[in-house]
Design a protein around this ligand. Structure first.
Ligand SMILES: NC(=O)c1ccc[n+]([C@@H]2O[C@H](COP(=O)([O-])OP(=O)(O)OC[C@H]3O[C@@H](n4cnc5c(N)ncnc54)[C@H](O)[C@@H]3O)[C@@H](O)[C@H]2O)c1
Length: 354
C-alpha cells in the first residue's frame, strides 16, 4: 500500500492508495476515527448501486452504526437544497459531534459531503473515499469543500481537511471512458507543473489500459504533488495557484460551450495547450513544449484547441468585472515539469490570446 501523510498543524491525515482497499474500509476508517460511533455515508445515485452496500457492510463490521444517502448524480447536487437534505438526515440519524461523515463518490460528493461535515454541528470529522480519477488525484486532497450558487461554481464553502483519504484504484474500472479521461487532464497537469519525468512516463502510456497498469504509481505521484503544494499553501494564496495551470483559459472554453459542450477536463486540456503556446510566444516556455503537450492530450482523446470569442476570454480573466484589478497571474511553463506565476496586464493578455 502506498501511504502519504498530508502534514498540516493539528490536522494531518493519511492518503492510502491500493487496489482493493475498499474491502478494508471498515478497519481503516475505524483507525482514523477512533471515537466515532455513527458514520453517515454520502454517495450518489450512480455510485450507490456499485459500491455502497460493500462499503457500509465493511463499516458496520468495524463497529460503526451507519446511515447513507445518495444525492442525484451530477454537478447539480452541489446545491443548497441537497446540503440542507444532508443536514436534516444527519440530525434524524442522531449524529453527534464525535461522529463522522464519509464521502463515497466523485468530486461532487466529496465537495458536498465535506461542506456538510464542516458545517453540521459546527463541524464533524469526515473521510474521503474517492471513486473518480479526478477525485483521487485532485479534489479529495487539500480540504477545499463547497457548493455552487446561481452566481457561479464553488462560491459557498470553506477549508475542512478530511481525517483520511482512502483510494481504491479498482473503482476506476467502472468509470465511463470520458470521465476517466477528464481526470487524465489533471494528471497531465501535474506532470507539466512539477515533474518532467512523470510527464515523459505519461507520454509512453497513451491508453487507458496502459495507464491502469501503473495506476497506483500515477495516483501516488499526483497526490504527492498536491500534498506538497497544500502543505506549502493550504489557503490558496501562492504556491497552490500553480495547480490552476490551464484552468483560467479553460474557464473561457467552459463559458464558450455554455458548460455543456465541453467537460471541465476538455476545457483544462485545451487551456493548458493555449497556455503553452502563450508561454512560447512570450519566450518563457521552450519551443516545442506545446507540441509535446498536444500529442499526449490528443492520444488520450482530449481536445487541444477550442474556439472562443475575445469576450469569453475577457470574462474568464475577469476583464468584465469592475475592481478586479488590471493584472492577472497567468501560470506558464518554464519547462515541462516547472510552472511559474507570470503577472500580465489583462489587456495585453487578451491581445495575445486573440
Ligand atoms: N475540492 C477540490 O479541491 C476540487 C478540485 C477539483 C474539482 N473539484 C470539484 O469536483 C467536481 C467534479 O468531480 P468529478 O469529475 O469526480 O465529478 P462527479 O463527482 O460528478 O463524477 C463524475 C461522474 O462519475 C460517476 N461516478 C463516480 N464514481 C464512479 C465510479 N467509480 N464508477 C462509475 N461512475 C462513477 C458520478 O456519478 C458522475 O456521474 C466538480 O464539482 C469540481 O468543482 C473540487
Amino acid at each position: 500500500m502506498e501511504t502519504l501523510t498530508v502534514d498540516l498543524p493539528g490536522r494531518s491525515y493519511d492518503i492510502l492508495i491500493e487496489k482493493g482497499l475498499l474491502s478494508r474500509a471498515g478497519e481503516l476508517c475505524r483507525h482514523a476515527l477512533p471515537q466515532a460511533k455513527k458514520l453517515f455515508v454520502v454517495t450518489d445515485t450512480n455510485v450507490a448501486p456499485l459500491y455502497l452496500e460493500r462499503v457500509t457492510a465493511q463499516l458496520e463490521a468495524a463497529g460503526f452504526q451507519t446511515a447513507s444517502y445518495a444525492v442525484p448524480a451530477g454537478e447539480g447536487a452541489k446545491c443548497v437544497e441537497q446540503l440542507n437534505e444532508l443536514w436534516e438526515r444527519m440530525m434524524a440519524f442522531g449524529l453527534t459531534r464525535t461522529d463522522a461523515v464519509a464521502a463515497l463518490g466523485g468530486g461532487v460528493v466529496g465537495d458536498l459531503a465535506g461542506f456538510a461535515a464542516a458545517t453540521v454541528l459546527r463541524g464533524v470529522d469526515f473521510v474521503q473515499l474517492p471513486t473518480t480519477l479526478l477525485a483521487q488525484v485532485d479534489s479529495s486532497v487539500g480540504g477545499k469543500v463547497a457548493i455552487d450558487l446561481k452566481a457561479g461554481k464553488n462560491l459557498a464553502g470553506c477549508f475542512w481537511q478530511p481525517r483520511l483519504v482512502l483510494m481504491d484504484p479498482n473503482t476506476l474500472d467502472t468509470l465511463p471512458l470520458s470521465t476517466f479521461m477528464e481526470g487524465m487532464a489533471e494528471v497531465v497537469k501535474y506532470g507539466c507543473i512539477k515533474d518532467g519525468e512523470f510527464f515523459a512516463y505519461l507520454e509512453e502510456r497513451p491508453s487507458r489500459e496502459a495507464l491502469m497498469e501503473g495506476i497506483e504509481y500515477i495516483l501516488y505521484i499526483c497526490c504527492n504533488i498536491k500534498r506538497m503544494v497544500v502543505e506549502l499553501d493550504e489557503r490558496d494564496t501562492g504556491e497552490r495557484m500553480l495547480l490552476n495551470f490551464g484552468h483560467t483559459l479553460g474557464h473561457a472554453y467552459e463559458l464558450a460551450g455554455h458548460y455543456t459542450q465541453w467537460s471541465h477536463g476538455d476545457a483544462v486540456a485545451a487551456g493548458m495547450c493555449a497556455a503553452a503556446h502563450l508561454g512560447e510566444r512570450l519566450g518563457i516556455t521552450p519551443a516545442g513544449t506545446a507540441e509535446r503537450l498536444e500529442k499526449v492530450l490528443s492520444a488520450l482523446g482530449l481536445p487541444t484547441r477550442i474556439l472562443c470569442s475575445p469576450e469569453q476570454y475577457g470574462a474568464a480573466i475577469g476583464l468584465d468585472k469592475k475592481g478586479s484589478g488590471s493584472t492577472i497571474s497567468v501560470i506558464l511553463l518554464e519547462e515541462l515539469g516547472r510552472a511559474v506565476r507570470h503577472p500580465m496586464d489583462k489587456q495585453v493578455l487578451l491581445e495575445e490570446l486573440r
